[in-house]
Ligand binder design. Structure first.
Ligand SMILES: Nc1ncnc2c1ncn2[C@@H]1O[C@H](COP(=O)(O)OP(=O)(O)O)[C@@H](O)[C@H]1O
Ligand SMILES: [Mg+2]
Length: 340
């Protein structure tokens, strides 16, 4: 068994992840002019055992947010708490322990694996670094088996190039599982896989969550993936959460025009009458529009339907407000989207 870590377990019901007013930027001049605001003021909490989905177009800051959760990028401002500890303050033994308990899975399994390392070596590496108790071969076999590579010994001496994309991602997942994580951040774990195996890998993650009691943060550019997988979903646009709530609520009664537009291209959840396809690229995160950052692409504003609110959309940053119990949106026009 893996010995209990030093990171104290959170009190029952306490969030396992707490993000408060987080800003993460890259580059820019001496006074930070021109700095890319990848994560631009984000707050949320994730409960133990929850599947929390972070969705949004490419470049909106999902990966940076995921990396900040695990302390892999330094915030400009704000705090990230995981299992009761502030991540940026961890050091020494406590940091090493955190590195074991919080694991990230990236989208490209080939890029995550060393092409010259066998499956056995890849999965055993973490066990060695963290000096896990138990017979190494049993630990490796157990992790591979849990990740669905059975019989595990058949894969011990395989190299990544001998495996399918789905099998490679299972090896990456096994390398995380061997460490007995409490928190798994999966960054677009299926986006580079064949459509035919995507469902299997997502199902594996959900089954593991249930079996091992993990908390799962699932990052995706495809809002449709949140459906049936996530408990709650946060939709990001240009570094900010624009809508957050229970997945059914957000996908069937979206309040933000951006979420509605994303749903238009997610056939899994069906087309909506009030949705309109987004045009153009998101603006440059080094040069974020004033007011509501979405107003330059907002179908309501662009078509002149924002009426008397339009000046606010152009000048005032909308707060993330709770409009239904647990369902938040950052849009000056969101009330108008509420059913009477
Ligand atoms: N290491 C980095 N250096 C400079 N800019 C970065 C770096 N990582 C991300 N960015 C920029 O930050 C923004 C958000 O990127 P990212 O977090 O990767 O978004 P997503 O995962 O949603 O596609 C993008 O504009 C990206 O170009
Ligand atoms: Mg990304």
């Amino acid at each position: 068994m893996i010995p209990a870590g030093e990171v104290a377990p959170p009190a029952a019901g306490a969030p396992v992840v707490g993000v408060r007013d987080l800003f993460v930027g890259f580059g820019g001049g001496r006074k930070r002019e021109g700095r890319v605001r990848a994560v631009d003021g984000v707050s949320f909490e994730v409960a133990p055992g929850e599947v929390f989905c972070i969705a949004g177009e490419s470049g909106c800051g999902k990966t940076t947010l995921g990396r900040a959760l695990l302390g892999l990028v330094k915030p400009d401002h704000g705090e990230v708490h995981v299992a009761g500890s502030e991540v940026s303050r961890l050091g020494g033994r406590r940091l090493k322990d955190f590195r074991r308990k919080a694991q990230m899975i990236y989208q490209d399994p080939m890029g995550s694996l060393n092409p010259r390392q066998t499956v056995y070596e890849a999965v055993a590496e973490g066990a060695r670094i963290h000096a896990l108790e138990g017979r190494e071969e049993e630990l490796v076999a157990g992790a591979l088996s849990r990740a669905g590579l059975r019989p595990p010994a058949r894969f011990f001496l395989s190299y990544p190039h001998e495996l399918s994309g789905g099998q490679r991602q299972r090896v990456v997942i096994a390398s995380a599982l061997i460490l007995g994580p409490d928190l798994l951040v999966a960054d677009e774990p299926v986006s580079m896989l064949d459509a035919s195996v995507r469902g299997e890998i997502l199902k594996l993650l959900i089954d593991l969550k249930a079996e091992m009691g993990l908390t799962l943060i699932l990052i995706t550019h495809d809002l449709g993936f949140a459906w049936a997988l996530a408990d709650r979903v946060a939709v990001m646009y240009l570094g900010k959460i624009v809508e957050l709530g229970p997945v059914e609520q957000v996908l069937t009664r979206p309040l933000h025009p951006y979420t509605k537009s994303l749903l238009e291209v997610a056939p899994e959840v069906g087309r909506r009458k009030d949705a309109s396809v987004l045009t153009g690229e998101p603006p440059d995160p080094a040069n974020i529009p004033p007011g509501c950052r979405f107003h330059t692409r907002c179908p309501v504003v662009v078509s002149g339907r924002a009426g008397a609110e339009e000046p606010r959309c152009r000048s005032e940053i909308p707060e993330l407000r709770e409009l239904w119990p647990g369902h938040f949106a950052a849009c000056h026009l969101a009330e108008a989207a509420l059913p009477p």
